[in-house]
Write a protein that binds this ligand. Structure first.
Ligand code: TNX
Length: 756
């Protein structure tokens, strides 16, 4: 829904003047997501056993929610009557918007809908002590600071996804997850219910989905890239009964959350085919997948498959009132369809060009079925290939190009790019992080994402409904780990989709996150705490150290020792003229917080010299720019998303380094990330040209004894005088069949070019 700035502002101003809250300083309240307009004033309102609650009928649910929250959180019991007022107010245009006024005499919550009032309650909740979260608030009175808030969301789609196919989570936990979303004013839960490794929803018409497809024989242990792969030998699985699904949907509804089910087609269908082999093209008996990846056994576009999927969806529609149904559509290799006479006949008969158009035929047919029942489809951005189904909404995950293309075709889009919203990626560069799929997505990167792609005009931008973060659970085996991966990044997501850009400020957000930790503790939510980490940056003045939260000291050493209370306090950039090894730690009043940061900086011939590129790195992986390639710092061995690695998607890259004057060069080394599961491949070839026109290929570096599996090292040894070096890096090309991301362009990631 487009943001109607003017009328709401006028409403707010008249609201303020009507209660004579004037001349107060605008102060930030510790609320996440940050409200549109908020003001803290003099005085407090006290809630105690005398406090009454009064509501308009339409806001009854939220009034009861608040009453319950207070009574469960403390010994305070609310009365009927004056004190806290829930007032229906049609002048608040946005159905999710609200006004919250706390003055010494009363609390007023105004909204047009119960949903708006619910969000007011969530804000009020964050003004109450954290002990309310676990029922341990023991006083008879609680004082709330006088406050006035006007608030409404920036985006209408604010989503969080959970994959329950790779690992299965209890109904109890799904409800807790929904509560977490509601607390942060997210309104959509995308429930990824089916995949190659398991089918997780009861379908009465097809009992073998429960008996067979819900289970796999065993599960991969450790990372996919471990060689040789190992398995645990234990049967694993489970599914939600229809009764449980109804319970979850109703629970979510009472928290103003829509549950969107995802039933994957035509790919990620191996579990379903294991139960009903006739749904595949070969008819062969297969089993649910026991490892991760993209699998070739996909649904075959036969009449009996459509009948099956329609039967499944009929039951799904009865369970989920959501307007949107997610039909997947991603990562469907066409190998089986190419070899299948039925598919080839169908292509001819329908006058289709190829298997991509056949996929489009498949999706369009399912869309028609769902549209006739009054529902709309959402699909991953692959549904653009071979032509978009007429009314489909696109979930853009492979970067943002899919979103741009769909919006330009006037289709709705939801942003969920891997680069900014894949919460299965690492959130810190610490070595002690739990095993994750790969990548690096720190809090700040999530926070600073702008869901509106720059390429879109204002008109086209209206098709961007909002954003969603995804939690794929290949490497996430427990509920505690789910929480660890989503917190605190879900806080950043909530502010990114709710708050207006002018109300966003990362430094301020981080102080609020530090405060919010206490609430998460009280709620028994497991979260990652990287707030006391140190960020280092090489600048023209030396190496700078920074930490996020206010009022702390950084102490550091340069001799490899662990910083302690006797170590130097950091105040100015550390000069770098030779090989330097910095270790630094955050202290608060003599207490060490967080982990020790360490960084080696090894200057070389190109250090601080001029570097140019023929193409810009992809904007999602632009690191610290081209100079990062010669800054004496090597990118992390494990996280290609850090500030050092530069990522290029499909481009051939030409790098020119100007040493300022002719120099004697002994050798040149560089390295490339190689993580095929994430579509990252070492280049096809690399070539260096010098001033005299001589050209040399760069070859695998055999001087490195134990190369990291995820990194390819290359070097040349030469004895040459040159001022300029031109390094040509040829992209790997198209990802081959059978690999993750087959058919897409490969990524090239490069960092550090060392010249000696
Ligand atoms: C790609 S995102 C997938 C999922 C994986 C995920 C891992 C998408 C539409 N498909 O099947 O779980 O990567 O990050």
């Amino acid at each position: 829904m487009p943001f109607r700035k003017l009328p709401t502002l006028i409403v707010f101003i008249s609201f303020l003047s009507s209660v004579l809250v004037a001349q107060n300083e605008i102060t930030k309240l510790p609320i996440i997501p940050n409200p549109s307009i908020s003001r803290l004033s003099e005085g407090t309102f006290s809630i105690n056993n005398m406090t009454g609650i009064t509501f308009d009928k339409e806001l009854e649910a939220s009034a009861n929610y608040l009453k319950d929250y207070i009574e469960k959180g403390s010994n305070i019991r609310l009365q009927k009557g004056k004190g806290i007022f829930f007032i229906k107010d049609n002048s608040i245009k946005n159905p999710e918007g609200y006004l919250l006024l706390v003055i010494p005499g009363k609390i007023e919550i105004k909204a047009k809908t119960d949903q708006g009032a619910f969000y007011a309650v969530q804000s009020l909740r964050q003004l109450l002590p954290e002990t309310f979260e676990n029922g341990s608030y023991s006083s008879k009175n609680v004082y709330i600071p006088a406050t006035s808030i006007f608030d409404e969301p920036k985006f209408q789609y604010r989503g969080m996804h959970l994959d329950v196919a790779r690992h299965f989570f209890s109904v109890e936990f799904i409800k807790k997850y929904i509560d977490m979303l509601a607390m942060l004013k997210l309104n959509t839960f995308h429930w990824h219910l089916t995949d190659d490794q398991g089918w997780r929803i009861e379908i009465q018409k097809y009992p073998k989905l429960q008996e067979i497809a819900a289970y796999r024989n065993e599960t991969l242990i450790g990372h996919y890239n471990t060689d040789p792969q190992q398995f645990d030998g234990k049967r694993y699985g489970g599914f939600y009964t229809q009764e449980e699904v109804k319970e979850v949907v109703a629970y979510a509804k009472s928290r103003h959350i829509t549950v969107i089910p995802e039933i994957e087609m035509p790919g990620h269908a191996q579990a379903a085919i294991s139960a009903y082999p006739e749904l595949g093209c070969t008819g062969e008996q297969i089993s649910a997948a026991t490892k991760w990846g993209v699998f070739e056994d996909i649904f075959c576009p036969k009449e009996e498959t459509f009948e099956f999927l329609e039967g499944v969806l009929d039951e799904v529609l009865d369970l989920f009132p959501s307007e949107y149904i997610h039909i997947g559509g991603d990562e469907a290799p066409k190998t089986r369809w190419k070899a299948c006479p039925h598919c080839q006949n169908l292509i001819k008969e329908k006058g289709l060009k190829d298997e991509h158009e056949l996929q489009s035929y498949f999706i369009t047919r399912m869309e028609k079925f769902l549209n006739e029942k009054g529902r709309q489809i959402i699909g991953w951005d692959e549904i653009l290939e071979g032509g978009l189904a007429p009314n489909a909404t696109v979930m853009s995950w492979r970067g943002t190009n899919g979103a741009v293309e769909a919006a330009k075709q006037h289709h709705n889009v939801i942003m969920t790019p891997t680069s900014h919203l894949y919460f299965d990626y690492y959130q810190s560069e610490n070595d002690d992080e739990p095993l994750a799929i790969g990548g690096f997505l720190p809090l700040e990167k999530v926070y600073n994402f702008n869901p509106i792609p720059k390429e879109l005009s204002d008109e086209e931008a209206k098709f961007v409904l909002g954003a969603q973060a995804n939690l794929w659970t290949e490497y996430i085996t427990t509920e505690q780990q789910v929480e660890y991966m989503v917190f605190p990044r879900m806080l950043a997501l909530s502010e990114m989709v709710w708050s207006k850009p002018e109300n966003k400020n990362y430094d301020d957000f981080v102080q609020r996150v530090e405060h919010f930790h206490k609430r998460l503790d009280a709620l028994g939510i497991n979260y990652a705490n990287h707030l006391y980490e140190i960020e280092g940056n090489l600048t023209a003045n030396g190496y700078e150290l920074k930490t996020l939260t206010n009022g702390k000291n950084i102490r550091y050493s340069l001799d490899g020792s662990e910083p302690n209370l006797d170590s130097k306090i950091y105040s100015n950039p550390i000069p770098i003229n030779e090989n330097t090894y910095i270790k630094a730690t955050v202290f608060d009043d003599g207490t060490k917080l967080g982990n020790t940061f360490s960084q080696a900086i090894n200057p070389h011939l190109a250090f601080g010299k001029k570097i140019t590129l023929n193409v810009e790195p992809n904007k999602a992986y632009s690191g610290s720019g081209a100079t990062g390639l010669i800054n004496g710092i090597s990118g992390s061995d494990k996280r290609f998303g850090d500030k050092e690695w530069l990522g290029f998607w499909g481009d051939d890259v030409e790098i020119t380094i100007d040493l300022g004057e002719e120099k004697q060069i002994q050798w040149i080394k560089t390295r490339f990330y190689d993580a095929q599961g994430q579509w990252i491949y070492a280049p096809k070839n690399i070539e260096i040209t010098f001033d005299d026109g001589r050209r040399f290929p760069m070859r695998p570096d055999t001087s490195i004894l134990h190369p990291k599996k995820s990194i390819k090292y290359v070097s040349i040894v030469t004895n040459i005088k040159s001022r300029f070096l031109k390094i040509k890096v040829k992209n790997f090309g198209t990802i081959p069949e059978g690999k993750q991301g087959a058919g897409n362009k490969a990524w090239t990631f490069i960092d550090e070019i060392i010249i000696k």
